[in-house]
Design a protein around this ligand. Sequence first.
Ligand code: ZN
Length: 192
Amino acid sequence: MNIVHFPHPALRWKSQPITTINSRLRSTVAEMFELLYESKGVGLAANQVVLPWRVFVINSTGDSEDKDQEFVFINPEITGRKGSEEAEEGCLSLPELYGDVRRPSEIVVEAWDLKGQEFQMGLSELPARVVQHENDHLDGVLFVDRLSDSARREIQPRLDDFRVVFQRQQDDGQIPAEQDLNRRLNELESQA
Ligand code: ZN
């Protein structure tokens, strides 16, 4: 498992709802947490590790010792939104790129945990932002899609650089070709 970078097509996949919470999902989630801490992130969605399933993990402290702040969201749905706030975001799939994103400042999110228990959470500040950012990933949306036109223009050269690197890696065979990725996507979707 590894984190893919923009413009990997997996980041644009619209993920499938998870139908079974089993040991495979539990080990996937454990690996995602490991990667999250290794990468010094605060949230990681399944698309970012090339799995088209509706699950993400967060720890908004980024501290692997702080297990109380580890949360897994399976088939999440944001059911309430309030306020509006602009703050800087980054993404493990767009390393070293940052931009201001306007989002609701308070949310209510419903999801299932790894025990198959449904839960509801009211969030504000950083956790609210992280959950919205990760939830976007499941719909194939990246924070750069939510920048103002002027901010987007400003970072366009950086996005172009990412495209050049990706193309080179695909040409070198480090990243599978489009048709192989699509085959893999179909296989994985049927396993959700
Ligand atoms: Zn991200």
